[in-house]
Ligand binder design. Structure first.
Ligand code: NAG
Ligand code: NAG
Ligand code: NAG
Ligand code: NAG
Ligand code: NAG
Length: 190
């Protein structure tokens, strides 16, 4: 009887260990693959060179599965958007040239709308609300694009600022491709 219990205990232990190994293996196998990255970065809506650089920019990215990658992109966008909004606000206050000041003010308003959109996007990601994600992140991309063209009329454009704005736009566009090509079940746009 004691031997039986011991054996049983051993069996349970083995099953538990096996389950652990299988589940961690399953996790490894869902990491985003090189061919998935290629699929994302060569999509017509994405700037390929930017996309490949971005995917290499953080070692964390290689450890993520596709839905965590989507979350990573929104997080990244959110941080950048917040920084840019603050930067535009302070430029608005400091700039004396009327026309440049108006451009900065518009950008600060666009990025403020963007923060609101991305906050909604975070919630939509948690509930797999893909239509809301498409709309909110699509809006973010549009806001960044509008700000970018607005900045072209500024007298002394700040290169870092222009770059930051285009990063937000490009990261949003990568997110939208992941959404339509990987997260959505019916892939009408891929
Ligand atoms: C984002 O993509 C646009 C359009 O392809 C490109 O002109 C721009 O340089 C890219 N931004 C960055 C930071 O690479
Ligand atoms: C993609 O972005 C890079 C800068 O990162 C730019 O040099 C290049 O022209 C862009 N490609 C396209 C097709 O717009
Ligand atoms: C800019 O000015 C406004 C109103 O004068 C003020 O509320 C805001 O805190 C200022 N922002 C920055 C970043 O200086
Ligand atoms: C996502 O939004 C774009 C417009 O921003 C629209 O053209 C497209 O049809 C939308 N995708 C889906 C699947 O609804
Ligand atoms: C988002 O974009 C849609 C059009 O694609 C527009 O109707 C809507 O007002 C925008 N939302 C915000 C908060 O700007």
């Amino acid at each position: 009887m004691v031997a039986y219990v011991k054996n049983n205990f051993l069996l349970v232990l083995i099953v538990v260990l096996l389950l652990f190994v299988v589940s961690s293996y399953a996790k490894i196998s869902t990491k985003v693959t090189t061919s998935e990255i290629r699929g994302i970065c060569t999509h017509r809506d994405v700037n390929a060179s930017f996309c490949y650089e971005f995917m290499k920019s953080s070692p964390q990215i290689a450890t993520l599965d596709i839905s965590d990658l989507a979350k990573f992109l929104i997080n990244y966008d959110f941080q950048k958007t917040l920084d840019l909004m603050k930067h535009f606000q302070s430029l608005t206050n400091r700039t004396t040239d009327r026309s440049s000041r108006d451009s900065y003010k518009l950008c600060s308003e666009l990025f403020s709308l963007g923060i609101h959109s991305l906050e909604i996007a975070f919630k939509a990601l948690a509930t797999n609300d893909y239509d809301t994600l498409n709309r909110t992140v699509g809006n973010m991309s549009d806001y960044a694009e509008d700000c970018g063209s607005e900045l072209s009329s500024v007298i002394k454009p700040i290169p870092q600022l222009l770059k930051g704005v285009s990063i937000v736009q490009n990261v949003s566009d990568i997110f939208l491709v992941i959404l339509e090509c990987f997260l959505r079940k019916e892939k009408t746009l891929c």
